[in-house]
Structures are given as structure tokens and as C-alpha cells.
Design a protein. Structure first.
Lengths: 121, 179
């Protein structure tokens, strides 16, 4: 699942990942992400950090609070550079990686592959 | 308090971006004390004041024995109520709503004055004018500017109120100090 409040980013990433054979669900807000996760299990949530209403941290915390979503892996997808405190928080929240925007498509795809391979272990 | 001030000094010596979490009741008092500490330890301090006029800030500093000449102040509030005469080392912003103006004024001070450390007082107040994400993005841009300028940054937050902004900003700091 790709979560970003910019619809064109959701569409673009969806297109890139679908062309690689992944099945991708899009969400344009934290609320939509949580709603969709309840209905449709996913392996990985790729989460933007700066979103209105609920930012990435709030959404990840909600995911982690839900025992039914325990197996969902989360990576942060953001233009933000996290500080040391932020990296600690991401670690505590079990965030596997963070991918910075703008993306290099081939690096992005190999990062996603790597995250999902770790997921299978 | 002395121990906490030492923690702040130690963190800022490495030009880090730190978040300060201050009990609401002591917020103003502690912030003046923090400014005094910055004044003692640095030569050039950028002070972005969202809701305290430069004039009253300077008189508080003087009462407290803080060297006001070391401070470069971005005053976001005075001009909302009256015309402000040009003041040494102070730049008046038209309103706290003018995030672009605040950013430009901060950038000008950073570029022209080799600022050692910047303090923004009080970022949570921006939530009166903007929603959470806009304030967060603004603060992130400000932090990025400070990092590029190799300048330390102090981002104070009241402990009991607006917790969500503080928790989001925490993601971009090097250290959080609870006072």
C-alpha cells in the first residue's frame, strides 16, 4: 500500500510497482490507509510522513496499536530528513527503512524488493 | 535547572537541532533563562519570536542580565498591531501568518551574520494560524536551513499542550531534552 496525500504520487508509484508485478493499493490519507488495512491485508505500507490530519508517525502508531495489523511491515516514504531522535522513534515503531523523495526508480524498486524479501524471512 | 542548562549547552556545542520540552506553567520563565544561557555561550543568536514583541523581549533580556546585542530577532507580532520603527538587529514580519516572510528573514540573518544558534519561540503558536502539517513542514524547512548553515537550533515546546506537533517535530531533531 502506498500512502501519500498527493494523488499523483500515489498514481505514479502504483504504476511503477505494478509494472514490476506488484499488486498495489493506494491511499491518500492516514484515515484511508487505516480503513483499507482493516478490509484488505497488505505486506508492506509505504507511508508519506507529511500528511494533513494525521501525519506518518500518528498513522504508524495506529497500525502498531492494532494487533490485527501486527504482521504489516512499514517503510517511510518522505522528502524529510529525520534527525537522530526521529531515527530512534522509527526503530521503536518497527519501521524497516525509509525512502527519500525524489526517488531513483531502479534504486526504489530494489529497496522495495529488499524490504519484501526480509519480510518473507 | 542548572543540570538541564548544561544538557542544552552540551547538545548545542555540536551544532545540533534540539527540541526542548518545557512544563507549560514555567514555559516563559524557562525560555528567558535558556536565552540567557545562549547569550552567555554564543556570540550570535537568532531569536524568532512568534508571539512576543521584540521590545518586550529585549527588556526581559535586560532585566535578566542577558546581552541583547548578541541577539538577532525576527519579530512576528509587533507589526500586527502598530507600525514599528527600524530597530537594530530586529526584523519585523507583517504577521505570524507570513511563514514565507519568517523564513526569508531567518535566511537573511543566517547568511549575513554567521549565526551560531537559533531559537524559535514558540512554534506551537503557529497552530493558531495554520494546520499541523503546514506548521510541521515550515519547521522542517527551518531546521534544514539551520543544518545547511551549520547552526545549532533550539525548538521549545510546552509539555502539556499541542503534544502532537511536538511529537512530529521530534522526528527531525537530534535530541529531545525534557526540562
Amino acid at each position: 500500500m502506498i500512502v501519500d496525500d498527493e494523488p499523483y504520487i500515489v498514481r505514479s508509484i502504483k504504476t511503477v510497482l505494478e509494472s514490476e508485478g506488484y499488486s498495489v493499493v493506494g491511499a491518500e490519507s492516514g484515515e484511508e490507509c487505516l480503513r483499507k488495512l482493516k478490509k484488505e491485508p497488505v505486506d508492506l505500507v509505504l507511508m508519506d510522513f507529511f500528511m494533513p490530519e494525521m501525519d506518518g508517525r500518528m498513522v504508524i502508531e495506529k497500525i502498531r496499536e492494532n494487533p490485527g495489523l501486527k504482521s504489516v511491515k512499514v517503510a517511510v516514504f518522505t522528502s524529510a530528513a529525520f534527525g537522530e531522535s526521529g531515527m530512534e522513534v522509527l526503530k521503536v515503531l518497527g519501521v524497516l527503512d525509509y525512502i527519500t523523495k525524489p526517488i531513483d526508480i531502479s534504486e526504489f524498486i530494489s529497496k522495495i524488493e529488499k524490504i519484501l524479501k526480509n519480510n518473507e524471512k | 535547572m542548572t543540570q538541564n542548562i548544561e544538557k542544552i549547552k552540551e547538545s548545542l556545542n555540536t551544532k545540533k537541532i534540539i527540541g526542548l520540552v518545557i512544563p507549560d506553567a514555567e514555559y516563559d520563565e524557562i525560555l528567558i533563562e535558556v536565552a540567557k544561557t545562549l547569550g552567555k555561550n554564543y556570540n550570535k543568536i537568532l531569536y524568532i519570536s512568534v508571539n512576543r514583541p521584540c521590545e518586550s523581549l529585549k527588556s526581559k533580556f535586560k532585566e535578566n542580565g542577558t546581552d541583547t546585542d548578541k541577539f538577532y530577532i525576527v519579530d512576528c507580532i509587533t507589526r500586527t498591531g502598530k507600525d514599528a520603527p527600524p530597530t537594530k538587529n530586529c526584523f519585523y514580519i507583517s504577521s505570524p501568518k507570513a511563514l514565507d516572510e519568517i523564513q526569508t528573514a531567518a535566511l537573511n540573518f543566517l547568511m549575513r551574520n554567521e549565526i551560531d544558534v537559533a531559537l524559535i519561540d514558540s512554534p506551537s503558536s503557529l497552530l493558531i494560524y495554520y494546520e499541523h502539517t503546514e506548521v510541521l513542514q515550515f519547521l522542517h524547512r527551518l531546521m534544514s536551513m539551520l543544518i545547511i548553515a551549520e547552526c545549532g537550533g533550539v525548538f521549545p515546546f510546552p509539555k502539556e499542550s499541542n503534544e502532537s506537533l511536538r511529537r512530529s517535530v521530534e522526528m527531525f531533531t537530534n535530541k529531545i531534552i525534557y526540562l
